[in-house]
Design a protein around this ligand. Sequence first.
Ligand code: GLN
Length: 295
Amino acid sequence: MAGHAAASTHRPADTIAGLLRQAAQRLAVALVLDRAGARIEARALCAHALGVEAGWLLAHDLEPLTAAQAAAIEALIARRERGEPVAYLTGTREFHGREFAVTPDVLIPRPETELLVGLALQMGPADRPIRVLDIGTGSGIIAITLALERPRWQVSALDVCPRALSQARANAARLGAPVRFLLSDLFSHVGDTTFDLIVSNPPYIAQDDPHLGRGDLRFEPVLALASGNNGLALIEHLIQTAPSYLDRGGALLLEHGWQQGEQVRAWMHAAGYHDIASHRDLAGWSRVTAGRTLS
Ligand code: GLN
């Protein structure tokens, strides 16, 4: 059979398995990844270049690749070697069991935000149409997940960046989430609507934090990552302004930096919030803080 004969004359690197092995080695060296991590990335990029699921690669690992396919894979591996995040190269990232489209206009979804979403899901009654607002929605992961997990909730989401907002809208449309989107610089265009729950994963990294110059963060929108006053400027502002937009007994739930919990609780206390509590992420850091206004 012609196909078979062709396959047997290919050098190992021309098969899927060979190419994956080479790619994983290159990524391990360039990005200082362990073998398992490098293999996962190589597989994700290879699958994306070929337009298949990662699982498909395992079942077809001895198949030869065309020159065009090999070139498409090479282009992605080379970009990853230079540091571009996998999520931007493949254009997707999973969050809470769903695939979200992501571009360099929005932050890449992170596991710590699962904590915020998990707490938000517990904070309001599932069977009542409470009003929820997500501030700085980015790709929309928080608002969309809440809307899909709590169909009775009325979820709104805002962002100051029009390109981020269109990304969030597209994700909501594709996933069928009935979220109301608003172009707004914090509360500037919220009007006199009030909410039972306000959630946010705001920028909270200090502007001079060296982490901004490393890894994935170099490619992410700095607007979504960094804030003044050691990363706390926007958080302080949210704590101070949110009560005007919360119903009596409404809650504010904020993601913040691993060393910011104490300051966040102190500001909430000074602003008159009650039931203030910080929660730890999977890595054990105090990462999300909640407070309620008086009922
Ligand atoms: N959790 C992110 C990080 O530390 C930052 C996200 C944010 O600023 N909201 O990389």
